[in-house]
Design a protein around this ligand. Structure first.
Ligand code: LIP
Length: 264
């Protein structure tokens, strides 16, 4: 058991240091020399900065933990998510915000042990805010403890995502957005799922939802929200998928999730 505790502490320290280093890459952006490549559509792009951050994470953590595997938005071929040590990476969550200079993006790094998420780190370099958590050890923002709001939905802001990579969920998303808008103080679409979930974790918002997300979008923030006393489920009320298949996501406290009317 001690070995596992030491490993978890080592993971947390190394992941935080790596996230800080990657934050410097985002801050050093030369937006006038961006190389933007389309992936599945004009809404789904990757830049040289995504690749540079991913390379930094893989090289840094791979040197410290040589037996680790990596499952990243920009490179996830044949990674066994059930392996002993897997880092799940979104090099830049909020890529379109980054491309447009909207300065609301983050580096998201999760660590899975045998398929169980045990450490999450989400770093927004623009605000110098590092959200972190290790399973069973509470959640922190810049090393200060955080906890979800215990307010009812009508007293909180709600956040959502538009799943721009999946046009099939467009109508359903905006029907849900209206439903939640009418039950909350107001609605925000900020553009980074990981930061949205972390904002719920620290009580800035009471609820977040999005119809279709990849594991790397929510893996790290899910550890942080859970350790901050929050809950996550999919639109059917089931536990989020951790096998790499896309999932819908609702994040909040039990009360706001039930009050939202989002559960099918
Ligand atoms: C993005 C999410 C966002 C979602 C987009 C995309 P990316 O992550 O943070 O909330 O709406 O579809 O998944 O692609 O910028 O890492």
């Amino acid at each position: 058991m001690k070995h596992k505790t030491v490993l978890i502490d080592d993971l947390l320290i190394s992941m935080k240091e790596t996230a800080y280093a990657c934050g410097k890459i985002l801050l050093d952006d030369k937006l006038d020399s961006l190389i933007i490549q389309e992936k599945t559509s004009s809404r789904d792009v990757v830049t040289q900065y995504d690749i540079a951050v991913q390379k930094t994470v893989v090289e840094t953590l791979g040197k410290i933990f040589p037996n680790a595997a990596f499952f990243s938005e920009e490179c996830n071929d044949n990674t066994d998510i059930m392996a002993e040590l897997v880092f799940v990476i979104d090099p830049i969550d909020g890529t379109m915000n980054f491309v447009k200079g909207l300065r609301h993006s983050c580096v998201s790094i999760a660590c899975f042990c045998f398929g169980e998420p045990v450490v999450g780190v989400v770093y927004n370099p623009y605000d110098n805010e590092l959200f972190s958590a290790a399973k069973g050890k509470a959640a922190f923002l810049n090393d200060m403890p955080i906890h979800v709001s215990d307010s009812c939905l009508s007293d909180t802001l709600a956040l959502f995502g538009t799943s721009p990579y999946n046009a099939d969920v467009l109508n359903d998303t905006f029907e849900k957005a209206r439903l939640v808008y009418e039950k909350s103080l107001d609605l925000r679409r900020m553009g980074s799922a990981a930061l949205d979930i972390c904002y719920v974790a620290c009580g800035r918002a009471g609820l977040y939802f999005e119809a279709s997300l990849s594991l790397w979008d929510y893996a790290a923030a899910a550890v942080i929200l859970t350790e901050a006393g929050g809950e996550l489920c999919d639109f059917q009320g089931a536990a989020l998928r951790l096998d790499g298949v896309k999932s819908s996501v609702i994040a909040g406290n039990r009360r706001t999730i039930e009050e939202s009317g989002l559960l099918l």
